[in-house]
Design a protein around this ligand. Sequence first.
Ligand code: AMP
Length: 284
Amino acid sequence: MLLHTISEVREQIKKWKKEGLTIGLVPTMGALHAGHLSLIKKSVEKCDRTVVSVFVNPIQFCPGEDLDKYPRTLEADEKLCAEAGVNIVFAPSPKEMYGEGHILSNDFLTYVIPPYFYTDKLCGKSRVGHFDGVCTVVNKLFNIVQPDYAFFGQKDAQQLIIIKKMVKDLNIPVEIIPCPIVREESGLALSSRNKYLSESDKKEALALSKILFNIKACYDKGITDVKALTETAYSFLNGHHSLEYLEFRDKDNLEEKNVADCNTQVFIALKIGNVRLIDNILLG
Ligand code: AMP
């Protein structure tokens, strides 16, 4: 069932709650691929009812980012969701979510702002305000859908860590279920933004997973010095890529690591042409 308004969703949720059914929520920006479908499958297995939100959230895009050209494929998304056993596809308009004048006038919106320590690094460094937009919309979705479980991909690991922190700090009654990264056979992590890549860009993009897999292999051989592990990465970079970051951090609180251990997560962001891609791997 495709619903566009908050009131329609609430009405349906009320009925399900009355029946004592468990509800799973999978928040997405649409252009669904096998990565999203893995989250959806988990929700359908675990919960009595599954809601997938499809919303390109304007307030998590920074000026100059790809808000306007972000792929929008609602018809195909709805079909995939129906095949996967989803009960509601919630696809609100920006106006439905934020009311009039939301984009130019953030001053008139109540935001959920995660701690600066979590947002001043990695993606948050170049995407200032991004995680404020993410936490605000996810909080709104939690309030609208009131899920028992919400499913998030490890692909966006910083986002997942921040959402877990928000849920804990604000006592939100939902259990966050992390889901592993789905990759192409080549190693490339699936992403809606891969649609922007040409065939040759796609080959270049393999640098991300190659770097991460190589670091993991070196760690598994016993190398734990982060400087040494970082150096192994540079052999995979050539003039075509611009590395935005390659960082070793704690998987729960994002503290920097100088010596890698089983709680270390390696985060990478690379620009291939104009497309910014991210990936990560847990060493433990
Ligand atoms: P997005 O539509 O990009 O906002 O992603 C919606 C959800 O799908 C987020 O929780 C992402 O982490 C997750 N996701 C996106 N790509 C993948 C992937 N390749 N593997 C696992 N989860 C993913």
